[in-house]
Design a protein around this ligand. Sequence first.
Ligand code: AMP
Ligand code: MN
Ligand code: MN
Ligand code: MN
Length: 272
Amino acid sequence: MHNHSTRSDGLLSPTQLIELASRNAVDAIALTDHDTTDGLEEAAAAARTGRVVLVPGVEISVDWGGTTLHVVGLAIDPLAPQLAEGLRGIRDGRWGRAEKIAAALAKLGFAGTLEAALALAKNKELLSRTHFARHLAQAGAVKDTQQAFDKYLAKGKSAYVPHKWATLEEAVRWIRTSGGIAVMAHPGRYGLKPMFRDEMLAEFKRYGGEAIEVVTGSHRPEEYPAWQRIALEHGFLASRGADYHGPGESAVEPGMMPPLHASLTPVWSRLH
Ligand code: AMP
Ligand code: MN
Ligand code: MN
Ligand code: MN
């Protein structure tokens, strides 16, 4: 229920992603590109051919008091005006941020990264830190994309640029008004202390958030039990997804994640 394509920072086209899901005998797969629904039409066409059910999705970038959160929308309608306009607003904001990231990298001695990152981005509206990371790796400045984040691009590092994304309330509203289900993506990735984590999840629920990811490629397996307990405590449905970005970058392919614990209600029980 969480995968990327070349329409954001994934390495496979929507068609290639669906073909991979088909090979892995996946029943249903969600395409959840960052801040865009651009790949859903192509994915839907490929899914019809490959006998896979496509769950139309999106992963919305949110600023929550200085912490960037990701909210996945599942079974959304990409044509719903509030969602479409909201996502366009976030995408527009990426340009200015990319210029600032490139300026910070230039100060560190890396010239021309804006053009280079843009050349790696198939969707020019969706320039992501991942594209900068891939460029730095390909240029030999770091050993791999992970090291580019660890040294330069992650929060607190020298080329990190804080950014105002959507608010949590907006992201959930856009998803819900489009008929979708709001899922808190990889809640273990935000480094929130238990008090803030509980506050964030309570706020998410108040706005209409219905699920959290428990089993995700962005959690370590030893973290699953804690998030399982938190899902049950807060009364959330549970989701499972590879957060797949492509071969060589993501360890686990779509359909290959371990199952959810039987005590959890899967979010897909709500998908018709
Ligand atoms: P952006 O939306 O441009 O800020 O890029 C966010 C994307 O960068 C995430 O969806 C991940 O794919 C990747 N990313 C963010 N933080 C890290 C990290 N610490 N290590 C590796 N990849 C990361
Ligand atoms: Mn990503
Ligand atoms: Mn994410
Ligand atoms: Mn993701």
